[in-house]
Design a protein around this ligand. Structure first.
Ligand code: SF4
Length: 710
C-alpha cells in the first residue's frame, strides 16, 4: 500500500472488514496481490485517510490462490468435494433445499446469514427465506455480535442505532467510558477520536479485564472480573446517587422508570461491588468523579459487556448511568455501541434476523407484516413467524426430530469457528441431510458442505453497507471478479427461479436497494430517502432518512444525531431498565477454577477465514495463544511459549502460553480467529441472554494445565 494523489482510474470504495468501513481508493496494479493498490482517501470523514493493516492488505484476498474460483460438489455421501459447473451446483442446491422441505416441512430448511453481507444481500436473503423457502428459520452471525446492545438500546430509546451520533462527536465530549471495547486492535483508525478527546482535555475511562492497547491510553483503567460489568455499572450509579450527581431535571422531563432503577442501584453498595467485580472502591469513586464533573459524557460498549448471558441487562445498566446523569439525547453525549462486523448495523435492519422484517420492523407486528407483504406482493398470512436465534438454529441442525433442521443454506459466515461450543456446532452441521455454503474461501464450515458456491467479494461488486454510526455507504466495484465466481444476489436469483420464483429476486444490487427503500419506508430504520446517487454524492447518508411525502419538498438531509428532541419511544421518553446483578452462567469451582474471556487481535478478523490467507497478517499474528498472569503461570508451572490446554465443560483448546501482567490472575484470554486445536470457541459457553439470545462468549469457567508436547 502507498499514499499519494488519487489518479483518475481510482475507485473510491470501502474496506471489506470491520464496522468502521474505512474509506479507501483502489488503483489497478497488476504487480500487487489481488491486482489492486490501496490508496488513502483522506476526504472520507470516518477514517480520514487512516487504515489498519487489514485494510491495507485487503486486495490480497482477491488473488486467485487465496480463494475459490469454481463450485465444488460432493457427489457421494462421505466423498470428497469436487469441481463442478454452475448449473449442476445450483441444481443440486435447489434440489437439496426443496427435498428437505417436501419431506420434512418448511421449517426443516434454514438459512444462516452474516453481518458482513451488504444491505442488499441481507434484504434478499430474508426475502428468499420467507417467500421462496417459506421458512421461519433464518438468523445470522450478528446475533453473536451486538444483539444485546441492540435489545437494550431498543428497550431504552425505542430504536437501536449503534452510535446515535457521528464518531466526530467523541472528541467534543467531556468523558468517555469505554466498556469491553478495544478499538486500538479492532478498529485502529477510530482510536484517533479518543486521542483527540484527551488532547482537548477530555477524559477516557476503559473497563476491561485486560490492560489492552486501548486501556494503556486511558486516564483510568478499571479491570473487573469477567462477567461483572453489570454490577460495576450499578455500583457507579449507586455512587452517582449517593454523591448527589444525578440530573433530576433531565430525569423528570425526558425519562421514565427512574424510581425502580434507582432502588435497584442503591442495593449495590460500593463495598459489595468491589467484592463482586474486584474493582476497589476508590477507583469506583474516581470513575464517578471523572465521568460526572464535565458537562457531557458518553458510554460506549462493545462485545465485553454484550456477549454475556445477561448482556441486555448489562448494557441497560450502563444506559441507566447515562440517563441518570443526563448524558443522553443531548449534544456530544449519550450511549453508543461500537458494532464489530462490516455491516453489523445494516445487517440487522433488513430482515435476516429471526424476528425482524426490513426497516427494522418486528415480524410479530401486523402492520409491519402488511407493509412488507404489500411490497413483496404477497398476502401477509404467507409470511412465517419468528424463528430460532442463531445458536438455537445451529443446535437444531441435523436433528432427527419433528422440529429438526435437515437442510441449510449458509451465506457469509463460518460458524464452525465462530459459534460458541464450536465442536458441537460442527457435529450438528455434519449431521445435516444437505448443506450449501456460499463463500469466498473454503472455510472450515464450507469443508462440511455438500455444495460450495464461490462468490464475488467486496471490490468485485457494488452494494451498500451501514457503518457503526448509521451512515449508509456505497462500496463500489473496482475490478472484475474471476470468471468462475458469482455474486450472492445472482445466486439467490438463480435459486429462486429454480424453486418457482421467476420474479422478485433481481441480481442487480441497485434494483434490490430500490425495493429495500420501499420496504423500509416508515420503519424504525427508514432508508426510503436514500439513493445510490445520493450516497455517492454525499459520501454517505445517515438513517433515518425518509422520502418526503410531497416530491416537491426538499430531500430529507439524513439524521446524524438521534434523540436530541425526543427519544423514539411512544411517549418520547427514554426508559430506565430495572436491573440487578446476577452471576455468569458458569462460576469457577474446584474443577474449573479460572475464567476464560475471548477477543480479537490486531492482524486478524473474526473467524479468520479471509485474514488467515493474507501473508502479512499471518506473519503478524500466526496463531492462537493463551494470555495468563505470571502468578497463574507459576502456579501451574508454565513458561512462556509452553503449550497449555484450556479446558471447560464443553472441550479443550490448546495454544502456547503468553505470560503477561496485563491480565487479571483469575482470568485467561484467548483470541478466537483460528480453527483446529487452538479454536477458542471449542471452550466457550452457549448460555443465552433471555432477551437478545446472545451467547455468553465473554466468560466461562475453565481450568488450565500444561498440554502434551506438539
Ligand atoms: Fe478496515 Fe476496520 Fe481496519 Fe478500517 S479499521 S481498515 S474498516 S479493518
Amino acid at each position: 500500500a502507498a499514499t499519494g494523489p488519487r489518479r483518475d482510474s481510482a475507485t473510491d470504495t470501502h474496506c471489506p472488514y470491520c464496522a468502521l468501513q474505512c474509506g479507501m481508493s483502489l488503483l489497478p496494479d497488476p504487480s500487487a496481490p489481488g491486482g489492486l493498490d490501496v490508496r488513502e482517501r483522506a476526504a472520507f470523514p470516518v477514517n480520514r485517510g487512516a487504515l489498519c493493516g487489514k485494510g491495507r492488505t485487503a486486495p490480497a484476498v482477491l488473488a486467485p490462490g487465496a480463494r475459490l474460483t469454481e463450485p465444488l460438489v460432493r457427489r457421494e455421501p462421505g466423498g470428497a468435494l469436487e469441481p463442478a459447473g454452475w448449473e449442476e451446483a445450483l441444481d443440486l442446491v435447489a434440489a437439496g433445499l426443496g427435498r428437505a422441505r417436501e419431506r420434512h416441512g418448511r421449517d426443516a430448511v434454514a438459512v444462516f446469514g452474516g453481518g458482513g453481507l451488504t444491505n442488499e444481500k441481507a434484504y434478499a436473503l430474508g426475502k428468499f427465506a420467507r417467500l421462496v423457502l417459506g421458512t421461519s428459520q433464518i438468523d445470522y452471525n450478528g446475533r453473536f455480535c451486538m444483539s444485546s446492545a441492540a435489545a437494550a438500546g431498543t428497550r431504552a430509546f425505542g430504536v437501536d442505532r449503534g452510535l446515535p451520533f457521528p464518531l466526530a462527536d467523541i472528541p467534543r465530549t467531556g468523558c468517555v467510558i469505554l466498556v469491553g471495547a478495544n478499538p486500538a486492535e479492532t478498529m485502529p483508525p477510530a482510536l484517533r477520536y479518543f486521542t483527540e478527546l484527551r488532547e482537548r482535555g477530555g477524559r477516557l475511562i476503559v473497563v476491561d479485564p485486560r490492560r489492552t492497547r486501548t486501556a494503556e491510553q486511558a486516564d483510568l483503567h478499571l479491570a473487573p472480573r469477567p462477567g461483572t460489568d453489570l454490577a460495576l455499572a450499578l455500583g457507579l450509579l449507586h455512587l452517582v446517587v449517593a454523591e448527589g450527581r444525578t440530573d433530576e431535571e433531565f430525569i423528570a422531563e425526558r425519562t421514565t422508570g427512574w424510581e425502580a432503577a434507582r432502588a435497584a442501584a442503591m442495593a449495590h453498595w460500593p463495598e459489595y461491588v468491589e467484592r463482586v467485580t474486584g474493582v476497589p472502591v476508590p477507583q469506583l469513586r474516581a470513575a464517578v468523579r471523572m465521568f460526572c464533573e464535565p458537562e457531557s459524557g458518553m458510554v460506549l460498549t462493545a462485545r465485553g459487556p454484550e456477549q454475556q448471558s445477561k448482556g441486555t441487562d448489562t448494557v441497560g445498566a450502563w444506559i441507566n448511568l447515562c440517563l441518570a446523569t443526563g448524558r443522553a439525547g443531548r449534544p456530544h453525549s449519550g450511549y453508543g455501541c461500537l458494532t464489530g462486523q462490516g455491516n453489523g448495523q445494516g445487517g440487522r435492519e433488513h430482515g435476516q434476523k429471526a424476528d425482524q422484517l426490513p426497516g427494522y420492523r418486528l415480524l410479530t407486528d401486523p402492520a409491519a407484516r402488511a407493509h412488507v407483504a404489500a411490497v413483496w406482493g404477497v398476502d401477509p398470512q404467507e409470511l412465517p413467524g419468528p424463528g430460532r436465534s442463531a445458536y438455537e438454529l445451529l443446535d437444531a441442525l441435523g436433528r432427527d426430530t419433528p422440529d429438526g433442521i435437515r437442510a441449510l443454506l449458509l451465506m457469509g459466515s463460518n460458524p464452525v469457528v465462530s459459534a460458541p461450543r464450536a465442536a458441537h456446532v460442527a457435529e450438528r452441521a455434519a449431521a445435516l441431510d444437505f448443506l450449501a455454503v456460499c463463500d469466498v474461501v473454503l472455510s472450515e464450515t464450507a469443508r462440511l458442505a455438500d455444495v460450495v458456491l464461490p462468490v464475488t467479494q467486496w471490490a468485485e461488486e457494488t452494494g451498500t453497507l451501514t457503518n457503526l454510526e448509521g451512515r449508509v455507504l456505497l462500496r463500489r466495484r473496482a475490478v472484475a471478479p474471476p470468471p468462475g465466481c458469482r455474486g450472492d444476489l445472482e445466486i439467490l436469483h438463480a435459486l429462486a427461479a429454480r424453486l418457482g420464483w421467476e420474479k422478485g429476486f433481481p441480481a442487480d444490487p441497485e434494483e434490490v436497494f430500490e425495493e429495500l427503500r420501499r420496504a423500509s419506508a416508515g420503519g424504525r430504520a427508514d432508508y426510503s430517502g436514500i439513493t445510490y446517487r445520493r450516497i455517492a454524492e454525499e459520501d454517505g447518508v445517515f438513517w433515518p432518512c425518509p422520502q418526503p411525502a410531497d416530491p416537491a419538498d426538499p430531500p430529507h438531509p439524513g439524521t446524524p444525531r438521534l434523540f436530541l428532541d425526543r427519544f423514539a419511544t411512544p411517549d418520547g421518553r427514554a426508559r430506565f431498565a430495572e436491573v440487578t446483578h446476577r452471576p455468569a452462567a458458569e462460576e469457577p469451582n474446584e474443577e474449573y477454577p479460572l475464567l476464560l474471556t475471548t477477543g480479537r487481535v490486531l492482524a486478524q478478523y473474526q473467524s479468520g477465514a479471509q485474514t488467515r490467507r493474507v501473508a502479512e497478517l499471518n506473519a503478524a499474528a500466526p496463531g492462537p495463544f493463551v494470555q495468563l498472569h505470571p502468578r497463574l503461570a507459576e502456579r501451574i508451572g508454565a513458561a512462556e511459549g509452553d503449550r497449555l490446554a484450556v479446558i471447560s465443560r464443553r472441550g479443550r483448546a490448546v495454544a502456547p502460553a503468553r505470560i503477561s501482567r496485563d491480565i487479571r490472575a483469575d482470568t485467561v484470554f484467548m483470541p478466537f480467529h483460528w480453527p483446529g486445536e487452538g479454536r477458542a470457541n471449542t471452550v466457550t459457553n452457549p448460555a443465552l441472554d433471555p432477551v437478545s439470545r446472545m451467547p455468553e462468549f465473554k466468560v466461562c469457567a475453565v481450568r488450565v494445565e500444561p498440554a502434551e508436547p506438539d
